[in-house]
Design a protein around this ligand. Structure first.
Ligand SMILES: Cc1cc2nc3c(=O)[nH]c(=O)nc-3n(C[C@H](O)[C@H](O)[C@H](O)COP(=O)(O)OP(=O)(O)OC[C@H]3O[C@@H](n4cnc5c(N)ncnc54)[C@H](O)[C@@H]3O)c2cc1C
Length: 456
């Protein structure tokens, strides 16, 4: 069979999967599955897209692709920001978006069993009817899939209290490169029988297998949060406030810098003119925690401190954080970075990023998760300005290097994908890289699964 053309591949897969399989070769539609939301990542032209409807289809496709050494890229909603779901030329994209059923909600054991294409927020809405919650809350939760969240180990604003996706995944069904299906992990709350293969798969970005079913843990629905907002004239006083707020055990703690505040004010004035830094904290434990937070912020010289336990006020108070990225994005091409540093080093990161902004003559706004040090410096440049684009790429890499020098890491939640492979190499010792390659070799000896991503 000739797989040089899409038609040859289509015929073969039709034979294997049957006429009901959703196989796409239309170049325009195929091209819409060839990349994610990353501005920096390159992508190839896949030959074919399978909109998988069952684990069996995924398994048969991988078995065939493995025998022919055809590269395969798994895809959820394509909302990734690191090129992780970007297609490889000549390969197959397996989209899991149609495998979107909540298979079981186990109220007694506080678990849900889902297909990978279930949208994060849809699951949370479903379990809210039982007064339960699916807690991982990436800002993309309205459209990103749980399979994608698991593959990237997605974070969000609640991580400071509830942790990342990995903390809420109990078991995974995984189709391996040769088509065999295994289950890793265990729905039980405690199990130490095997090596922790579950957490090897979480965050592996589609390089070790394709996730076809996930058991996640649910939690009693948290109480509506009390929200505190504190404004500061500069950065230093806000930075001194952060560790003391973290010590209170908030369910959210976010920071927005002056450059980002100006972008928000230009677009949707909220009354932050002249403000240097904003901190926003939430507690779903008690209003007293926010009262203590207000006293701490005032002690460190906050210009203004407000808190409220009325959910309508809460949504107004966090508005500035929600608008941070879109406000920068509307000013040009926005390169959203994602580095994580110890919270004691956030101020060093911010001042170094300001230096990079001045040296490269680029607008760089900084906002992010102050409670865990995961910051999103966002570089903005004019559409079509090639010189600025090159400076932006250099600035992007310089920010990663600064974070690493501060004891931080190249990615806190968006993943390595294709754009940060070099950064992962410089951050990891040779032995760690060798170990990762050896693991990859065991799971995927022919290297067909998302080649060139994640593992240096
Ligand atoms: C506006 C915006 C805000 C965002 N906010 C956040 C945030 O707060 N926190 C955060 O962590 N991320 C955030 N992201 C990034 C992105 O939404 C997350 O990385 C998300 O987890 C990706 O899910 P997805 O379904 O879109 O996966 P995709 O982008 O389709 O894929 C992501 C990676 O997972 C792999 N993959 C997907 N499905 C499977 C599967 N079933 N089996 C194996 N591998 C698979 C892909 O190959 C790829 O490597 C944001 C993105 C945008 C555009």
């Amino acid at each position: 069979m000739n797989y040089d053309s899409s038609m040859g591949l289509l015929e073969e897969l039709r034979e294997i999967l049957g006429a009901q399989a959703s196989l796409i070769v239309d170049p325009e539609i195929v091209s819409s599955y060839s990349r994610d939301q990353s501005q920096l990542a390159t992508h190839g032209n896949p030959k074919l897209v399978l909109l998988a409807k069952s684990e069996l289809e995924v398994s048969k496709t991988l078995k065939f692709a493995n025998s022919q050494k055809i590269p395969v890229v798994a895809r959820g909603a394509g909302s990734g920001l690191s090129g992780g779901a970007n297609a490889v030329s000549g390969g197959i994209v397996i989209s899991l978006e149609k495998m979107n059923q909540v298979l079981e909600i186990d109220e007694v054991n506080q678990l849900a069993r889902v297909e990978p294409g279930v949208i994060n927020l849809d699951l949370d809405k479903e379990v809210s009817k039982l007064n339960l919650a699916y807690l991982p809350d990436p800002a993309s939760r309205e459209w990103s899939t749980i399979g994608g969240n698991v593959a990237t180990n997605a974070g969000g604003m609640c991580c400071v209290k509830y942790g990342v996706t990995a903390n809420h995944v109990r078991a995974i069904r995984l189709v391996m490169a040769d088509g065999e299906v295994i289950t890793v992990g265990n729905p039980l709350k405690k199990s130490v029988t095997n090596l922790d293969l579950l957490h090897l798969i979480v965050g592996s970005e589609g390089t070790l297998g394709i996730v076809t079913e996930i058991v996640v843990s649910l939690a009693p629905r948290p109480k509506p949060a009390t929200t505190l907002i504190a404004t500061f004239a500069g950065i230093d006083s806000a930075m001194k406030t952060i560790p003391e707020l973290v010590a209170l055990g908030p369910s959210m703690l976010e920071v927005v810098d002056e450059t980002t505040l100006r972008a928000v004010e230009e677009w949707k004035p909220l009354g932050f003119e002249g403000v240097g830094t904003v901190l926003i904290m939430q507690s779903d434990d008690s209003a007293e925690i926010c009262a203590s937070g207000a006293a701490i912020a005032a002690k460190h010289g906050a210009i203004d401190v407000t808190y409220s336990d009325d959910p309508r006020d809460s949504s107004d108070l966090i508005q500035v954080r929600k608008l941070a990225y879109p406000a920068l994005e509307r000013k040009g091409v926005a390169l959203l970075d994602d580095v994580c540093v110890p919270i004691s080093k956030i101020s060093n990161l911010i001042s170094k990023v300001k230096e990079i902004s001045e040296q490269s003559n680029l607008l760089i706004g900084i906002f992010g998760h102050a409670g865990d040090g995961n910051m999103h410096p966002t570089i903005v440049y004019d559409h079509g300005d090639k010189g600025a684009e090159q400076r932006a790429q250099r600035a992007f890499n310089s920010i990663i290097k600064v974070a690493q020098e501060l004891g931080g890491t190249a990615s806190g939640e968006h993943g390595i994908g294709s754009i940060k492979v070099e950064a992962a190499r410089s951050e990891s010792g040779e032995r760690i890289i060798e170990l990762q390659r050896a693991i990859k070799q065991i799971f995927d000896p022919n290297g067909i699964l998302n080649p060139g991503k994640k593992i240096p």
